[in-house]
Each structure stands twice: as structure tokens, then as C-alpha cells.
Design a protein around this ligand. Structure first.
Ligand code: LFR
Length: 486
């Protein structure tokens, strides 16, 4: 048990689908300080019509970041622990020696479309899978991608002995241990919603070999020391423990929410996706929940995070690519947001659930086509698109909130927002207006903070998550957006 009075150093490896970060956390006197030592872009690459992740580059960046973290330590200090969180659903297939036996596809690859349609058209199976897993039928589910792999490459059942989700795989590269962690397992649509075991119903339906998985471990489990090849006899890393934190970035971000203990806060982790949800002791199930695409993902300790994936700032990230001049600095962003704020509210908002926005060749063209189909006016410039996207997301967030209130019999009092979108004034205000609730925005790297929180609890520096949140809330700058009348 570490001495609580001592300063502790831990590293969060935080892999996002569009960028990654390596963050050195310092814990002293009940206060967490972050030092982003490394940031790198991430993107899937398309080969012959399919989308793949470049894991070699991601691992290289993680190692560069780890070296920079060590270099940033004060003289004589050591790294207590390291943890990995990552976007959800994507996985690797391995043999016993830990070698990759299948290329790593990205979840936006359209290979899951036939399986998605088949399940959507089979009412009985659709109900059965939702009742078993609590996860709706969505194109990115690991279940559909694994189903496609097994169906189109049957030899894979001889080649692969193990399926690890990406944070599990990075944990393996760090520690040498192959484990499936619960939060990331819960994004697959293969976990039993009523236990912490794999679902035989789902594995059978998607024809996925059950032996590819082991019983999920809870977040906070120690996976042992770093592999010797990584410590390179560096005394700062000699005793570093690899902790299986909530491997799903959204679970990590939710852990970082400085929520009130009475459970009245709705959470919004806003980045490439908008993840709108709350913490609950029970899942939210049934026909209506399935129709509202409520996803009963898990918290590190096994409880539930019913949430809805709203398409998020992916809409804006995609649209920006279609404009030669787009903002890159904070200042240019502020100018764009200000111009968008000045515009009149759009007469017609986007239906943010339209599947054509998932992975279009041009987002601007997809938005234009969507508007024209519904006889809406196409925006004149980038400010116009920005306004339209933020207002549409605001309404999408509010719709998700109302569905939760109806189905879980709750009433939310605040919306807490973390992630890149928490800095977007227009988005925060649009959300407050559509929901009729105050939006509290925290200047917080939610995913990295939740990752570090889990490590600090695991190594005994913090008692539990409630204690961590209390300490965090005391030192955190926040901005409150009150709802404005229309
Ligand atoms: C956010 C996220 C979402 C997940 C999506 C796909 O980064 O993890 O929670 O649904 O990416 O993995």
C-alpha cells in the first residue's frame, strides 16, 4: 500500500479513433495534475474498399509517449502504474503465441451491413439479442464484425485462439497477460446483460467461438509489471504496474464525471461521438428501450451505464474536410463559433440518427442530400453548417434524455459535459436550450482522468470512486449554460 502522503505518478494511454494522448498524472495532496506529454493523430486507412487500423503506428506512439512521460518525471521519481483506455468495439484475433492472425478492421467498415440488415429484419432474433445483451443492433457492434469474419474466412476458427478488444490487446503488449476487461467487453453485444459473463445466446446467433473469450475481469485488476523489454532496465519503470482500467474510453470518461451522489445528473461525453447516459444499478430493457437504441454498457465495477450514441462531432469533423479553409487554432475556432452563433436558428434540423451520416465519402454532400430530401435549405457557408450541426446535436441530446426519463422513471436536474465538445459554447448552449436544463461544462480530459482514477484506486492511493469524484469536483473550473427561452 503506497504512502498516501507521497506524490504518485501514473500514465494514461488514451487512444481515440481520431487522436491519441499519453498523459502523465501526478497525484499529491488529493489533487490530480495532468501533463499531456504526447499527442498523435489517428485514422483508419482504406485498402480495396475496407477500413483498417494501423496498430503498429499506435503502439509506436504509445512507446514514444511512455518515454516522454519518464523523461518528464522529477529526478529519482518512479512510475507507479500505467493504464489503457480506447474507443469501443474493435478487436484483434490472436493465436496462443500472441500473433495477429487477421487484419484489424475499423468499426466504420461497411462489412457489417448485411448482418445488420439481416438482424434488423428478424423481429424474434432482434428481441432475443436485445433481451440477452441489452445492446441494440448497430453497424459498429463487434458481434456483427466478428460474424462477418467467421462467415467469410471460416479458416479463422483454426487460426485464432483468442479475441482481445483493443485496450485488452494493448494491456497484453504492456504486461504479457491476455484478459478481457468488463467495460470494453460490454460494448461487443456479446456479454450477458444480467451477469458479467459472455452471452451463450449471442455467441450462438453470431456463430462466434466461445473459446475466444475468457471471463471478463473487473476494472482495477492488476495485470502485473511491465514486460522487461519495455522497462529496458530503466529504474523509473522497474516497479510500474499495469492496471486494467475501464478499457472503454466512454466508461473511463463517465468515471471522471464530478457527479452529485444523488444520481440526478445526466452525463454527456462529447467528442467524435456524443455519449448521452447515466449510471444505474439496473439495465433499461424492453421494446421501447430497444427502439430508442439504449445501450446498456457497463461501469468498471459491473453496474450499468445506459446510454445512447448520438452521432456527435463526427458530423462537424467530416464537414470541415470539405472546406479548404477551416479552423486549426483555438482562435480560429472561436471566430467560427462566434459567426455561427450570430446566425438565425435553422428552420429545419438534421435527423442525427440518419444512417447516411455513419461513413459517407463527403459529409457535406450527405448533409445537403439529407436536407434536400426533406425540403430544407442548404447552409451557405461553414458557419451555417456549424450552427446546423450544433443545434441538431443539441436536440439529439435532449431526445435521448427524454427517452431515459420516460423509461427509467427519472428526472435529471443537470447535464454534465466533458470531452472536446465541452469547449464548444454553441453545442453546450444548444443542448441546454433543447433539454431545458443547465449544462455544466468541465474543462476536463474525461477519458484520461477516469483512466488515472481507476489506477489510483487500484494502487490504494484513493479509497473509491466517490472519494475521487469529491476531490476532483473541489478543484475543477466549470462553466454553466442556463437554458434560454426560444
Ligand atoms: C467513443 C466510443 C463510443 C463507441 C464508439 C465506437 O470513443 O468508444 O462509446 O460506441 O466509440 O467504438
Amino acid at each position: 500500500m503506497p504512502n498516501m502522503a507521497r506524490t504518485l505518478y501514473s500514465v494514461a494511454l488514451d487512444f481515440g479513433a481520431t487522436s491519441g494522448r499519453v498523459i502523465l498524472g501526478q497525484w499529491a495532496k488529493n489533487r490530480l495534475t495532468l501533463n499531456e506529454v504526447h499527442r498523435f493523430p489517428n485514422a483508419f486507412q482504406t485498402l480495396n474498399g475496407h477500413d483498417y487500423w494501423d496498430l503498429g503506428t499506435l503502439w509506436h506512439e504509445a512507446r514514444v509517449g511512455l518515454q516522454k512521460a519518464v523523461a518528464a518525471l522529477p529526478r529519482g521519481a518512479t512510475l507507479a502504474s500505467i493504464g489503457v483506455d480506447c474507443w469501443g468495439v474493435d478487436f484483434v484475433l490472436l493465436n496462443d503465441a500472441g500473433r495477429l492472425v487477421f487484419p484489424v478492421h475499423a468499426y466504420r467498415d461497411n462489412r457489417s451491413q448485411p448482418g445488420l440488415q439481416r438482424l434488423a429484419n428478424t423481429r424474434a432474433a432482434l428481441d432475443r439479442i436485445y433481451a440477452a445483451t441489452g445492446i441494440p443492433n448497430v453497424f459498429y457492434n463487434s458481434s456483427l464484425h466478428l460474424e462477418e469474419t467467421v462467415a467469410h474466412c471460416p479458416a479463422i476458427t483454426d487460426l485464432a485462439t483468442r479475441c482481445l478488444f483493443l485496450p485488452d490487446y494493448f494491456n497484453f503488449l504492456l504486461s504479457g497477460r491476455m484478459e478481457n476487461e468488463l467495460t470494453i467487453a460490454s460494448t461487443s453485444q456479446l456479454l450477458d446483460v444480467h451477469s458479467t459473463q459472455w452471452s451463450p445466446t449471442a455467441l450462438k446467433y453470431f456463430r462466434i467461438p466461445p473459446q475466444w473469450f475468457t471471463p471478463p475481469i473487473l476494472a482495477g485488476t492488476s495485470l502485473g509489471r511491465l514486460r522487461p523489454s519495455l522497462t529496458q532496465t530503466n529504474p523509473a519503470l522497474a516497479k510500474t504496474r499495469v492496471i486494467a482500467v475501464p478499457g472503454h474510453d466512454t466508461a473511463a470518461a463517465y468515471d471522471a464525471m464530478p457527479a452529485s451522489p444523488d444520481g440526478d445528473d445526466l452525463f454527456l461525453s462529447s467528442g467524435t461521438w456524443s455519449l448521452v447516459g447515466f449510471e444505474s444499478a439496473q439495465p433499461v430493457l424492453g421494446r421501447e428501450a430497444m427502439a430508442a437504441r439504449i445501450s446498456n454498457e457497463r461501469i468498471g465495477d459491473g453496474r450499468y451505464r445506459p446510454l445512447t450514441n448520438v452521432i456527435g462531432l463526427w458530423l462537424l469533423e467530416g464537414t470541415l474536410k470539405d472546406f479548404a479553409a477551416h479552423p486549426t487554432t483555438d482562435r480560429e475556432w472561436a471566430t467560427l463559433i462566434k459567426a455561427a452563433e450570430k446566425l438565425p436558428a435553422p428552420a429545419l434540423l438534421l435527423n442525427v440518427n440518419d444512417p447516411t451520416f455513419a461513413n459517407p465519402p463527403s459529409m457535406r454532400a450527405a448533409i445537403d442530400a439529407h436536407l434536400k430530401k426533406r425540403r430544407g435549405r442548404v447552409p451557405a457557408d461553414l458557419a451555417g453548417y456549424t450552427r446546423l450541426i450544433c443545434d441538431s446535436l443539441g436536440r439529439g441530446h435532449a431526445d435521448a434524455m427524454r427517452a431515459f426519463e420516460r423509461m427509467a422513471g427519472k428526472k435529471f436536474r443537470r447535464i454534465l459535459i466533458v470531452g472536446g465538445g465541452s469547449k464548444n459554447r454553441l453545442l453546450c448552449q444548444a443542448t441546454a436550450n433543447a433539454a431545458g436544463l443547465p449544462v455544466v461544462s468541465f474543462a476536463l480530459e474525461g477519458t484520461a482522468v477516469g483512466n488515472l482514477a481507476s489506477q489510483l484506486i487500484a494502487i490504494g492511493a484513493v479509497k473509491d470512486l466517490a472519494t475521487f469524484r469529491r476531490h476532483l469536483g473541489q478543484n475543477l473550473p466549470q462553466t454553466i449554460y442556463a437554458p434560454q427561452p426560444a
